[in-house]
Design a protein around this ligand. Structure first.
Ligand code: BEZ
Ligand code: FE
Length: 291
C-alpha cells in the first residue's frame, strides 16, 4: 500500500464533505469516512473480498420485507444496536435500564384491557405479569402505554409463524396503566429462541461460529407524555443462555425472578389455572424528558 497516496485520498474525500450545510450530517459523514478509510487501510481487503462485502449487504437489503428487518438484525449481531442504546441512555437513579428494540416490534399492536390474556389457547406455562409504571421519583404514572411482545413456546414471534395471516397477532398487545399506574396481563412464560438464521445474517453467524440464541425474555416499550420512551426487555432468571445473548442485550438489572406458583394458587386477579404458573412482578421507572 502506498500510505501517502491512501492518506491523500482520505483527505480529498473528507474535503468534499466539508461544505455539507447540515452541521450534524457534516460531522457524522466526516467521522464515517474517516473510520471507514481507517478500516480499509487496516484490513486491506482484496477487490474480491470487497465485492463479497457488497454482495453480502445487497443480500441483507433483499432479505428485508415488511415483517423482516435484516439490517436491524445485522446491527444486533454486531453489537451496534446495543452500543447505540448504551451511548444514548443512562437510566439513572430510579430509572429502568433500556435495551435493544429488536426487529420484531410492530407499531400497531392490538389495544387490550388490563388483565387480558395475550396467549389464549397457546401451549406454555401460564404467566401473570404485573407492576406499576412510575417516574424516577416514585410517582405512579396513569395512562402510560405499555407495548409488550414475546415469542411462543417454540421460540416464534407471530410475524414468523407461517400459519398466521399478515394482520393476525399473537403474544403482542398494548395496555394503558390505570389511575394508580398499574399494568397487569396474562400470558405464557417465554422460552429462549434463535434469532432468524435463514438469511444472510444467519450465514454470517454460522461462519463466525457465534451462538444464535437469545435468552428467554419479554419485550416492553413504555411511553407516557413528558417522559422518555423506555424500550427494554425483562429476562427470565435462570435461563441457560443468560450469559451468551446473541445480541448482547442482557443487563443485570433486567434479569427478573419469574416466581413459580404451585397449581391451585389463584393469580392476583383471582383467575385459577389447573397447572403451576409464574408471576412476573416488575415496576418500571421512566425518566422525565429533558426540557
Ligand atoms: C428479539 O428479541 O426479538 C430480537 C432481537 C434481536 C435480534 C432478533 C430478535
Ligand atoms: Fe425477543
Amino acid at each position: 500500500m502506498n500510505k501517502a497516496e491512501a492518506d491523500r485520498l482520505t483527505e480529498e474525500v473528507l474535503a468534499t464533505y466539508k461544505a455539507t450545510p447540515d452541521p450534524r450530517l457534516r460531522e457524522v459523514m466526516t467521522k464515517l469516512v474517516g473510520h471507514l478509510h481507517a478500516f480499509i487501510k487496516d484490513a486491506k481487503p482484496s477487490f474480491e473480498e470487497w465485492m463479497q462485502g457488497v454482495e453480502f449487504l445487497t443480500k441483507v437489503g433483499q432479505a428485508c420485507a415488511p415483517s423482516r428487518q435484516e439490517f436491524i438484525l445485522l446491527s444486533d449481531v454486531l453489537g451496534v444496536s446495543m452500543l447505540v442504546d448504551t451511548v444514548n441512555h443512562e437510566a439513572g437513579e430510579g430509572g429502568t435500564d433500556s435495551t435493544v428494540l429488536g426487529p420484531l416490534y410492530a407499531e400497531n399492536s392490538p389495544v387490550m384491557p388490563l388483565g387480558a390474556d395475550v396467549a389464549p389457547g397457546l401451549k406454555g406455562q401460564p404467566l401473570y405479569a404485573d407492576g406499576v409504571v412510575r417516574s424516577v421519583d416514585g410517582k405512579p404514572i396513569s395512562g402510560a402505554i405499555i407495548d409488550i411482545w414475546q415469542a411462543d413456546e417454540d421460540g416464534f414471534y407471530d410475524m414468523q409463524k407461517p400459519g398466521l395471516g399478515a394482520d393476525e397477532t399473537e403474544l403482542r398487545a398494548r395496555f394503558r396503566t390505570d389511575s394508580e399506574g398499574r399494568y397487569y396481563f396474562k400470558s405464557i412464560v417465554p422460552k429462549f429462541y434463535s434469532i432468524p438464521v435463514d438469511g444472510p445474517v444467519g450465514e454470517l453467524v454460522r461462519a463466525a461460529e457465534k451462538g444464535p440464541i437469545r435468552p428467554a425474555h419479554l419485550h416492553f416499550l413504555v411511553k407516557a407524555p413528558g417522559y422518555e420512551t423506555l424500550v427494554t426487555h425483562l429476562f427470565v432468571k435462570g435461563d441457560p443462555h443468560i450469559d451468551s445473548d446473541a445480541v448482547y442485550a442482557v443487563k443485570p438489572s433486567l434479569i427478573v425472578d419469574f416466581a413459580e406458583k404451585p397449581a391451585g394458587t389463584p393469580m392476583p386477579d383471582g383467575h385459577k389455572t389447573p397447572t403451576a404458573w409464574r408471576h412476573l412482578n416488575f415496576d418500571f421507572g421512566l425518566k422525565a424528558k429533558a426540557a
